[in-house]
Design a protein around this ligand. Structure first.
Ligand SMILES: Cc1cc2nc3c(=O)[nH]c(=O)nc-3n(C[C@H](O)[C@H](O)[C@H](O)COP(=O)(O)OP(=O)(O)OC[C@H]3O[C@@H](n4cnc5c(N)ncnc54)[C@H](O)[C@@H]3O)c2cc1C
Length: 464
């Protein structure tokens, strides 16, 4: 490891940054709380504008909702039923941009099924037509008759195009892009307290690696805490009572051999009419999701009741699908801003609330992180009196080199700040969402790579 390598972004660099926060220096222009896709995109766009920012993330980058999504980059065809036309058009615009500008977003064909539980055939035709037009592409949907590849209860399907990604990879790529443009991004750093002081904000946080408290100062705070955003708002303003609701969505992952489909499937559950996705990704197929209010942003439990709901809904197409077919399952918590007893009817749009030098983001989607970043950067620029260029930004200009095996894992440790095995297995490589064995076979190798750097081991384990 060359100490002169400026693009190095590893545990040692992270600890050096924290150790440099002492006395009254440095004072950052902006502190971003939350290293999911929202915080990462904002760090990236601010760094492109030369804004000095620090990002604090309590777990690994992308370990919150941004690793619990369906991993679709889409306009959300379902939202047309709620007449959210503008929202869908904006999402499709972002989808098209990401499809043509990053290799981590790929096109995917979807078959939306027509059967007794789906919307009527004519309604689906119209919905897909409008969806295509809103994406800037006029084409007439064509009904394809079920030729026997699906149960007889399905009369056929319409095809439409959308896209998919690895959600956490998108986060990491934005984070590294931001770091390479001068941002300080700290994983495993939990914000505990936010104190206002004249023109400054003092943020106390815990370095979860070395189990010690630290402080950092900034002129502005951006709350990108996803489902924890309400909690963070209350650190700054104990009176905060915004209408942030939390809804849990779970997915199950099964072997693709068991399912045997090439295109993704969209269906409505016969249990309650909710829209569901069945998404093949190489060795595995992801099936989801649920939408149920929860009280705590930390409620990541995959409840058996929700698993049974997904299995039962999917059994209509894949009879006999059972618990033993599941290779992995995961949950994410949606932050939803709005009032309704039905989580499905609350808009997936984002809301930005500013209070002095505190900017809060509530809600949003993975797909539109660039719009959120541009809006936040514009608000910041106006409030702070800083000139901001947001056109065509943020740009994900980092790309991991083509590497494999030990070289790949060393690279992720040294240039993407992977500290623990799951930082590589679950997030940087997303093995459980692509491989049948969830990456179990490479776990020992990854542990070995993370342990071969004695300085890193000492930092992780603390002084002997
Ligand atoms: C089931 C499900 C399916 C979805 N599917 C899709 C989809 O297919 N396509 C799509 O576009 N969107 C989808 N979404 C929405 C999308 O995942 C979210 O909008 C997006 O990930 C939110 O990102 P975020 O950065 O705002 O929140 P998060 O990713 O949750 O990031 C917030 C971060 O803040 C950190 N944090 C919290 N408190 C503190 C603290 N005190 N100190 C430091 N850090 C803190 C957390 O650890 C977390 O990493 C889905 C969501 C769910 C739940």
């Amino acid at each position: 490891m060359g100490t002169t390598d400026k693009s190095m972004f590893d545990l040692r660099k992270r600890c050096e940054w924290i150790d440099s926060f002492s006395g009254n220096e440095p004072v950052f222009d902006v502190a971003i709380i939350g290293g999911g896709i929202t915080g990462a995109g904002i760090a990236n766009i601010l760094a492109s504008n030369g804004i000095k920012c620090v990002l604090l993330e309590k777990g690994d980058f992308g370990s919150g909702t941004s690793s619990g999504s369906s991993k679709l980059i889409h306009g959300g065809i379902r939202y047309l039923a709620n007449l959210e036309v503008r929202e869908v058009r904006d999402l499709l615009h972002e989808r098209n941009y990401l499809l043509s500008h990053t290799e981590i977003v790929r096109p995917m064909n979807f078959r939306i099924l027509v059967d007794q539980y789906s919307w009527k055939r004519g309604t689906l035709w119209l919905g897909i037509f409008v969806y295509n037009v809103l994406s800037g592409h006029v084409s007439f949907p064509r009904f394809v008759k079920n030729g026997g590849e699906m149960p007889v209860s399905v009369s056929g399907y319409f095809n439409y195009m959308d896209a998919f990604t690895d959600d956490t990879k998108m986060v990491i790529y934005n984070i590294v892009s931001a770091v390479r443009k001068g941002s300080v991004c700290l994983n495993y750093s939990t914000v505990k307290e936010i104190a206002r002081e004249e023109n400054l904000v003092r943020i106390r946080f815990t370095d979860e690696i070395r189990h010690k408290d630290s402080e950092v100062k900034a002129r502005f705070v951006i709350n990108a805490g996803g489902p924890w955003a309400g909690k963070i708002s209350r650190m700054y303003d104990p009176e905060f009572s915004g209408s942030l609701k939390l809804s849990k969505g779970i997915h199950i992952v099964v072997s693709s051999e068991r399912i045997g489909i090439k295109d993704s499937i969209v269906l409505r559950s016969h249990i309650d009419g909710r829209q569901m996705f069945i998404i093949p990704r190489g060795e595995v197929t992801i099936i989801g999701t649920t939408d149920r209010f929860v009280r705590s942003p930390d409620d990541f439990m995959v409840d058996s009741e929700d698993v049974e709901y997904i299995l039962e809904s999917a059994r209509r197409l894949f009879p006999g699908l059972s618990y033993s077919d599941i290779t992995y399952s995961y949950a994410g918590i949606r932050p939803l801003y709005g009032e309704s007893d039905d989580p499905g009817s609350i808009s997936r749009g984002f809301v930005i609330k500013t209070e002095g030098n505190f900017i809060n983001i509530y809600g949003g989607k993975l797909t539109n992180f660039r719009s959120v970043s541009r809006k936040v950067a514009t608000i910041y620029g106006k409030t702070a009196g800083r000139r901001m260029n947001v056109r065509n930004l943020p740009v994900i200009d980092y790309r991991r080199p083509e590497l494999s095996g030990k070289d790949l894992y060393r690279y992720e440790r040294d240039y993407e700040c992977a500290i623990f095995p799951d930082d590589i297995i679950v997030r940087r490589e997303a093995y459980p969402f692509n491989l049948k064995d969830r990456g179990d076979s490479v776990k020992p190798l990854i542990a070995e790579i993370l342990n071969e750097n004695s300085e890193m081991v000492n930092l992780r384990n603390g002084p002997v």
